[in-house]
Design a protein around this ligand. Structure first.
Ligand code: GTP
Ligand code: MG
Ligand code: ZN
Length: 293
């Protein structure tokens, strides 16, 4: 019996990494009966006669668990947003940040395709970088032609389990390939020739990169907040949390309440206006959410 980590789940098999070797395993029938599905990221006890004939015996308690992508025991999320193709989209970035914050994962922002950025767009990208860094988020720039920037991203990955998230086409899979060319993960160009259409990445897999484990995930075209409650939304904006004790009312939602420290912050520009506007938009979205039964 040995302990390992599931790095891939495909066609009923679980691939378990143990001391640098991957064992192909099946789950035990008992999991199905108990309706437990082993997840990528799970730490498991397993037994394997050969590399291809293993069985997962038990699953260790999870630190956390994501539904989309289905993965367990994640430390941080790399949110990739490109400068062009698709255009830089602060609304979508804030949406991803809220989702990542609501799962209590550490977000790291990556702005990709810097080599394609037009000169006149640079000041605005730099301004966004400054704003998000002031909030406390690491913001890394990435370009396929800049090894130094890629090294900086690598340093963020060591000794951690990371999910990489972002809109389709921003270059998530490409980034992993730049970091480790031997991975040879499918990207956009290849899928077009196969006529598969947009989403290139389809299964979840943890890759060993720079001393950490990284999961590539399929990009999304839309994202909703699941069952995130209105009262929890403000908690997902660290710069609001930093001042909320100065709001007059406890439990202030920073919308219509008087003497609100967040609104005061927006007025004196210590809080970015675009972040607050997105917050208001998310408030409406959550208020108008249809109940699910
Ligand atoms: N010029 C340039 N192109 C890039 C860079 N990174 C990615 N690309 C291109 O962007 C396109 C999309 O890249 P992918 O890596 O497939 O994007 P993805 O985010 O994995 O997309 P999904 O798997 O659909 O979610 C490809 O044609 C890449 O060659 C970059 O740094 N510079
Ligand atoms: Mg991809
Ligand atoms: Zn307030």
């Amino acid at each position: 019996m040995a302990t390992g980590k599931i790095i891939k789940a495909l066609s009923g098999f679980y691939y378990v990494l143990h001391e640098g070797i991957v064992y192909q395993c099946r789950g035990r029938g008992v999991f199905r009966k108990k309706k437990i599905t082993p997840l990528v990221g799970d730490i498991v006890e397993f037994q394997a006669e050969t590399l291809k004939e293993g069985y997962i015996l038990s699953i260790e308690k999870r630190e956390n668990e994501l539904v989309r992508p289905p993965i367990a025991n994640v430390d941080q999320a790399l949110i990739v947003t490109s400068t062009v193709n698709p255009d830089f989209n602060p609304l979508l970035l804030d949406r991803f940040l809220v989702l990542v914050e609501s799962k209590r994962l550490q977000p790291v922002i990556v702005i990709s395709k810097m080599d394609q950025t037009e000169e006149e767009k640079l000041p605005s990208i730099m301004e966004y970088q400054r704003i998000y860094e002031t909030i406390g988020y690491p913001v890394l720039l990435s370009s396929m032609h800049d090894q130094e920037k890629l090294n900086e991203i690598e340093r963020q990955l060591a000794n951690k389990t990371t999910v990489i998230a972002g809109q389709s086409g921003v270059g998530k899979s490409s980034l992993l390939n730049f970091l480790d060319p031997t991975l040879d993960i499918e990207t956009d160009e290849i899928s077009e020739s196969l006529g598969r259409g947009k989403h290139t990445t389809r299964h979840v897999e943890l890759y060993n990169i720079a001393g950490g484990l990284v999961a590539d995930t399929p990009g999304f075209s839309s994202l909703d907040f699941g069952d995130l409650q209105l009262e929890e939304l403000g908690e997902c904006f660290p710069e609001f949390v930093a001042v909320q004790d100065d709001c007059k009312f406890r439990g202030c939602l920073h919308v219509k309440e008087p003497k609100c420290a967040v609104k005061a912050g927006v007025e004196n520009r210590s809080i970015a206006g675009h972040r607050y506007n997105h917050y208001l938009q998310f408030v409406e979205e959550i208020k108008n959410r249809k109940p699910r039964y």
